[in-house]
Ligand binder design. Structure first.
Ligand code: ADP
Ligand code: MG
Length: 337
């Protein structure tokens, strides 16, 4: 039998690669907890400190130690639940994995509790547990990632590079959750502030902040459906294109995903209106019944498998093509794009 700490460190190898993957897990936990406002605080690109504060439902005091134990998820009670996963986290792995390779402090208070409980863990060992004041919600602070795993620490890049990766995670998350407010602070600098965006205009504004106002001015907002299959989002005009397929954001049932079939369908939809070596920019939200898609392919959960990939591909290609077809004539790449 593996000692729990060792097992957690091995799991950490799958779930926790760098600050950006820690951030992704912490953001998902906060969103699962129905948080409306999330504040991310960093020092040194997350290498010395990465904290996420939320105003979500919190964790009851008696469950807090459990949240740091492996496979102690509150979100999945039986194998059948896997078939209809609605929440983002479902493995009960992230917190114990992070705690096994960093110095972690968690503070949490459910609204009905009078105070928060705070637990400090270092390399998987609980150092202290105490009651402290806090508004309802949860704060997770992760310090000195991989301080006890030098072999992994040496794969971390400069604070600037790690920060860039975290900003990417935040942009994707902010595109997936318009109703939620996000703030990113490094030291005393506010690097990003996305106010909750309920109205269409506010959503447009957030897309403009994240992809640039140029994109917003050169895109079409659209929605199409075919039975239970729906797509909506923003499609860049063919004239607004890029040399690489690096600004194509896909969300399936609210979750950011990477899937080559989706990229392919998008490219195919623009085939007649773009030069071969140019790529469209798009933010696309697909929704379908949960059992049409398997998200449990990889612990990091950005990859997925469709039950009927062909159908999704064809729907996407047709829907997008019909939106851009009448807008588009072949055109030269934009200078500088
Ligand atoms: P999972 O998300 O897969 O359940 P995690 O290790 O990420 O596993 O989290 C363990 C548990 O801790 C969660 O199931 C949840 O009950 C609780 N938890 C973690 N973060 C938060 C948070 N920000 N707010 C409320 N509960 C949380
Ligand atoms: Mg989780």
């Amino acid at each position: 039998m593996l000692e729990a700490t060792v097992a957690n460190q091995i799991a950490a190898g799958e779930v926790v690669e760098r600050p950006a993957s820690v951030l992704k897990e912490l953001l998902e936990n906060s969103l699962d907890a129905d948080a409306q406002h999330l504040r991310i605080r960093l020092e040194e690109g997350g290498l010395s400190l990465l904290a996420v504060e939320d105003d979500g439902i919190g964790i009851p005091a008696e469950e807090l130690p459990l949240a740091l134990e492996r496979h102690a998820t509150s979100k999945l009670r039986c194998a059948e639940d896997l078939q209809r996963i609605a929440s983002f986290g479902f493995r009960g792995e992230a917190l114990p994995a992070i705690a096994s390779v960093a110095r972690l402090r968690i503070q949490s208070r459910p609204a009905e509790a009078g105070a928060a409980v705070q637990i400090e863990v270092e390399g998987g060992r609980v150092l202290s547990s105490q009651v402290c004041p806090r508004a309802p919600g949860t704060t997770v602070e992760v310090r000195d990632l991989f301080f006890n795993v030098p072999a992994r620490r040496k794969f971390l890049r400069s604070p600037t590079t790690e920060l860039g990766r975290m900003q990417k995670v935040l942009r994707q998350t902010a595109l997936a959750h318009f109703a939620v407010g996000f703030e990113l602070i490094q030291g005393s600098r506010i690097l990003a502030h996305y106010a909750p965006a309920a109205s269409e205009a506010a959503q447009d504004a957030r897309v403009g902040e994240i992809l640039g106002t140029d994109f917003l001015a050169n895109s079409l907002r659209f929605a199409e459906e075919d039975g239970e299959l729906r797509i909506r989002g923003w499609l860049g005009l063919p004239t607004y294109n890029r040399p690489r397929a690096d600004e194509q954001h896909f969300f399936v049932n609210g979750r950011p995903v990477r899937d080559s079939a989706l990229n392919h369908a998008l490219r195919a939809a623009y085939a007649d209106v773009l030069y071969q070596d140019r790529h469209p920019v798009a933010v696309l939200y697909l929704s379908m019944p949960p059992h049409w898609v398997d998200v449990n392919v990889h612990p990091a959960k950005t990859e997925l498998r469709f039950a009927d990939s062909r159908r999704i591909h064809d729907f996407l290609r047709h829907a997008i093509r019909s939106v851009i077809a009448h807008e588009a004539k072949p055109s030269r790449p934009l200078a500088g794009a």
